[in-house]
Design a protein around this ligand. Structure first.
Ligand code: ADP
Length: 320
């Protein structure tokens, strides 16, 4: 490997910059040149390619977002798009590529690997929904941002003796909702994986809690369930208790990454650079059972993961 390319793809996540910095500096330490590809696979097809030196990544480890930008690219899902991408890599001397993103981005990496470009994926998403890894870059920052926001809503909710529905991100996965639900001591936690759409149970819970003297009722709702505003209207009508919905939205994707995100991103980025320099391809970096490892992309995509039953049980037991 003489030149490594790097891109960020799919949704951005805090810590992606720390991963970019690690890939650049570890590759240079290994004697390999690095090129940055802007705006994901779309930028590759548009040949938005820049040289990255060690000082190109100075002063970025503490910044949210991604300095390379990110995008979704429909053209790259086609054979022609992938062939064009591989040709552009070859034209720029890029013989190895690091892709920071989620499962969709790994599929693109797999297609490029089939066309002769060595590729390695790094898990970057706030949702924690990448099956081959216990940790994804951005999750820690996102849950801490959401947790702090929920604490603030709780203060005003208690003062006014309101019920609050707070919607957190997680389209297909309830990890942010589960973690915040436990960390914020929510009365109800609605996860896409577990919710039975039994609103009457929630309503009964609110009424019972009020009878027992609780001044607030916090419901953490995952984005994947959604409809927080209409849910609030129905709950208010049924309970007579003022109920408000707060949708936290994109604030959860931004901000300066936590120490944990910077640290994991630095290790995973370095690991990706190392295995790419060793000649590995079609792999993704993951963290499992306390160890940094790499997996075949095909195998990684076939793995299953879900909300651990015991953690869910605890979240229910503690919310009484
Ligand atoms: P994530 O990587 O976070 O899962 P997406 O699923 O949006 O996000 O994927 C990001 C990009 O990866 C897509 O816009 C597309 O360019 C590329 N991609 C996704 N799925 C495929 C696929 N099956 N084949 C090739 N490229 C894909």
């Amino acid at each position: 490997i003489k030149t490594i390319g790097i891109l960020t793809s799919g949704g951005d996540a805090p810590g992606m910059n720390a991963a970019i910095r690690a890939v650049v500096r570890k590759s240079i330490a290994n004697g390999v040149k690095v090129k940055g590809i802007k705006k994901g696979y779309q930028g590759l097809l548009n040949e938005e390619i820049i040289d990255l030196e060690r000082n190109s990544v100075s002063d970025i480890i503490q910044r949210g977002g991604t300095i390379l930008g990110t995008a979704r690219c429909v053209e790259f899902k086609t054979q022609e798009g992938q062939e064009k991408g591989a040709q552009i890599c070859r034209k720029h001397g890029i013989d190895g590529l690091v892709v920071i993103g989620g499962d969709g981005s790994y599929r693109g990496a797999q297609d490029l690997a089939r066309k002769g470009i060595n590729t390695i994926g790094i898990p970057g998403t706030i949702d924690l929904d990448i099956t081959c890894t216990d940790y994804t870059i951005g999750f820690d920052t996102a849950v801490n941002t959401a947790m702090q926001a929920i604490d603030k809503v709780r203060d005003t909710s208690s003062s006014h003796e309101r019920c609050s529905i707070i919607e957190v991100m997680g389209r297909n996965a309830g990890y942010i909702a589960l973690w915040c639900g436990v960390a914020n001591g929510a009365e109800d936690i609605l996860l896409p994986e577990k919710y039975d759409y039994n609103e009457q149970r929630i309503i009964n819970n609110i009424i019972n809690n009020r009878k027992r003297g609780k001044t607030h009722h916090i419901i953490i709702n995952a984005e994947g369930i959604g409809h927080s505003t209409s849910m609030a209207r129905r709950i208010e009508a049924a309970t007579g208790i003022e109920t408000r919905a707060t949708i936290l939205g994109y604030m959860q994707r931004g901000g300066s990454p936590t120490c944990k995100d910077r640290f994991y991103a630095s290790i995973m980025g370095s690991y990706a650079a190392d295995i790419l320099c060793e000649g590995k391809s079609n792999r993704v970096v993951g963290y499992q059972k306390g160890e940094f490892r790499d997996f075949d992309i095909e195998e990684a995509l076939a793995m299953q993961k879900g909300i651990p039953d015991y953690q869910y049980e605890v979240s229910r037991a503690l919310s009484m």
